[in-house]
Design a protein around this ligand. Structure first.
Ligand code: AMP
Ligand code: MN
Ligand code: MN
Ligand code: MN
Length: 305
């Protein structure tokens, strides 16, 4: 069976990516992506542009967003797919989630100033495509371009993570709310890059079971953030909990992203792709050849050893 090339996690300059939704659509199409989703952080402002660009290229489209959530002292990301982007409760929830970002950025800049780095708020703002969505990534770009650090990874390690001068703890959305906004708007909620969270086994179990209890259905198994071992581990987790599986590069920029759009391993064949459950939500181009018809089934029970 032909497994389609689905990339259901990427960022434009409406959040912390560097390409416009149109340029991202073109790049995804050129890389062979057949079903694409733009998943900007806490924002759906780019959805119409992304959809129009995708369909004009003959590429199928699912609406998307990546919601910042605070859970067990950690920031967790929930990707929403295939929702109605005009849904009022979803839009209000995302606006509330975004609303603290500017004040947080001022506090980050104050922390950096205490460490001897002046002007970081104005500096980061120069990289921002959407004034509502100033993120740590924009600070990282400023600190690299101004010569403070050699690359964004080093900026995060030295300045922008817990215990470092530019880190400011922040209260994001509640897990329950994020899942409800997506599900209420007709979409499917997906736990993004589960391998990235610094959770104990107990905390991870709590995350998954609460997520399921609120109506969450999916988990990213194949993502630019996972090592090969994590892909195997979370394939097992998806089977164990009966979760639908997703695949996405988390592409941000041609120069920064480790993983190119669409350039990921296929989902392991025994998993149920999340797009199987979203057939009715896929926006299809009339000229498009891609038909995302892969198995709309639930995962099988785990096999006994
Ligand atoms: P924020 O939502 O403002 O906290 O920013 C989070 C974003 O920072 C993520 O979506 C990533 O794009 C980026 N990020 C987080 N950790 C790292 C890292 N270690 N290296 C590079 N980028 C990172
Ligand atoms: Mn990001
Ligand atoms: Mn993320
Ligand atoms: Mn992301």
């Amino acid at each position: 069976m032909h497994l389609i090339n689905a990339d259901l996690h990427s960022h434009s300059d409406i959040s912390d990516g560097t390409l416009s939704p149109e340029a991202l659509a073109e790049r995804a199409h050129a890389q062979g992506v057949e079903l694409w989703s733009l998943t900007d952080h806490d924002e759906v402002g780019g959805q119409q542009r992304a959809r129009d660009a995708a369909l004009a290229l003959g590429m199928d489209y699912l609406t998307g967003t990546e919601i910042s959530v605070s859970f067990a002292g950690e920031t967790v990301h929930i990707v929403g797919l295939g929702f109605d982007a005009d849904d009022a409760a979803l839009q209000a929830g995302l606006a509330a989630t975004r609303s603290g970002r500017r004040e947080r950025a001022r506090q980050m800049a104050a922390g950096l100033a205490r460490a001897g780095i002046e002007g970081a708020f104005e500096g980061a703002l120069r990289y921002v495509g959407n004034a509502d969505l100033i993120s740590r990534t924009h600070f990282a770009r400023f600190l690299v371009d101004s010569g403070v650090c050699p690359d964004t990874h080093t900026v995060f390690r030295r300045y922008l993570t817990t215990g470092n001068p530019g880190y400011v703890p922040h209260q994001w959305a509640r897990l329950r709310d994020a899942v409800r906004w997506v599900v209420g708007a007709g979409g499917v909620a997906v736990i993004a890059h589960p391998g990235r969270y610094r959770f104990t086994a107990t905390e991870e179990y709590a995350l998954i079971t609460e997520f399921l209890a609120h109506g969450g259905l999916g988990m990213e198994v194949i993502t630019g953030s996972h090592s090969a071992a994590e892909q195997i581990r979370y394939a097992e987790t998806a089977l164990e909990f009966g979760l639908l599986s997703s695949r996405g590069s988390d592409f941000h920029s041609p120069h920064e992203s480790r993983t190119e759009l669409g350039a990921l391993p296929d989902l392991p064949g025994r998993l149920a792709p999340v797009w199987g459950a979203l057939q009715h939500r896929i926006q299809r181009s009339r000229s498009g050849t891609a038909r995302a018809s892969d198995r709309a089934v639930r995962p099988r029970k785990p096999e006994m050893a």
